[in-house]
Design a protein around this ligand. Structure first.
Ligand code: HEM
Length: 293
């Protein structure tokens, strides 16, 4: 403001315009936070420099250095960003809004990402003949959430897929990260996952595939909070549905509640999936109209 303007204001008796209080930036998702969630988020933001210092103890300036998680930049100097709020809220919701537990989960996720080397897993080239048909990202649900399919049955060579459990996990994490790239954290922040078990039998469940399943499951519940909207297990032979319950002790009850076991055949599967996914987005083999994979 120039001196002249100040004089004019004084002469006309105008009060200086009050500075607007900082507005919390909103998007379609943050608008849905409850008052209790906003309170937890504000307390969580104040802890982010400590989170970064604990996650990266060997890095200098870690407390003030921005990091990227799932494509979203978390800058300790600018934590008001709406997409950052959506990401941080996932850690809080997964820990029932307990800020200290949310903090522990975020620290352990950041450390795990470094130790596992998520970036290298994403850049690795996986043999097409083994992994080419194992994962498909195809279509969206009626609310715009991406739908991702893991075809663990069919005529896959499961011995080759799970023979090297660590390589499978790197592929699975890379596939998860690829699926997350479709989330904008503004209008959508969750996905639908489908496991297709067509053609599996008890002999498909050897020690390696069991290890791979429980390790992947524990990685997702520990380090990918609140990214799942619903999960369907389709083409599950009826004599194998009990396997679902083996995962009960490994999964939080809120995650288990998002999961459904569906039998076999396009019309049975369609009945379960069409309420969520429009026929045009659902592959024909699952009772929809899409020509996808
Ligand atoms: C026999 C062959 C099977 C194989 C090779 C297999 C493979 C896998 C793998 C690799 C995972 C890791 C999580 C992921 O990739 O998203 C998984 C998770 C899981 N599987 Fe299977 N599975 C088989 C059979 C079954 C059956 C018959 C059921 C019964 C419904 C079942 C239920 C589950 C559940 C509940 C999870 C946890 C999901 C999660 O943590 O998100 N699986 N399975």
């Amino acid at each position: 403001m120039s001196t002249q303007e100040v004089t004019q204001e004084t002469q006309t008796g105008h009060e200086p315009t009050p500075v607007e209080p900082t507005q919390e930036p909103q998007n379609a998702l943050t608008e849905k936070f409850t008052a209790e969630e906003w309170d937890a988020l504000k307390a969580f933001r104040a802890k982010i420099p400590d989170v970064l210092a604990s996650a990266y103890p060997d890095k200098i300036h870690s407390k003030t250095t921005a990091i990227k998680l799932w494509g979203v930049t978390i800058d300790p100097a600018d934590l008001l960003d709406a997409r950052v709020s959506v990401v941080l809220m996932k850690f809080l919701r997964a820990r029932y809004l307990n800020v200290s537990e949310g903090k522990t989960m975020l620290i352990s996720t950041l450390r795990w990402r470094d130790e596992f080397n998520v970036e290298a897993a994403c850049n690795e080239t996986y043999p097409q003949d083994v992994f080419g048909e194992l994962g498909h990202i195809s279509g969206r649900d009626k609310q715009g959430r991406p739908v991702v399919y893991n075809v663990y049955g069919g005529n896959q060579d499961l011995k080759a897929v799970f023979g090297d459990v660590q390589r499978f996990l790197r592929w699975r994490v890379a596939f998860m990260e690829k699926s997350i790239e479709l989330l904008d954290f503004e209008t959508n922040d969750q996905m639908i996952q489908v496991h297709d078990y067509l053609g599996v039998s008890m002999t498909s469940r050897d020690a390696n595939s069991k290890n791979a399943a429980s390790e992947a499951s524990s990685i997702f519940s520990g380090h990918y909070p609140e990214l799942l909207f619903k999960k369907y297990f389709i083409n599950v032979p009826s004599y194998m549905t009990w396997i679902f319950w083996l995962f009960k002790p490994l999964l939080p009850s809120a995650t288990l509640a998002k999961m459904s076991v569906v039998g076999s055949g396009a019309s049975t599967i369609g009945k379960a999936l069409l309420p969520e996914i429009d026929a045009k987005q659902l592959p024909k083999r699952y009772g929809g109209e899409a020509d996808a994979f």
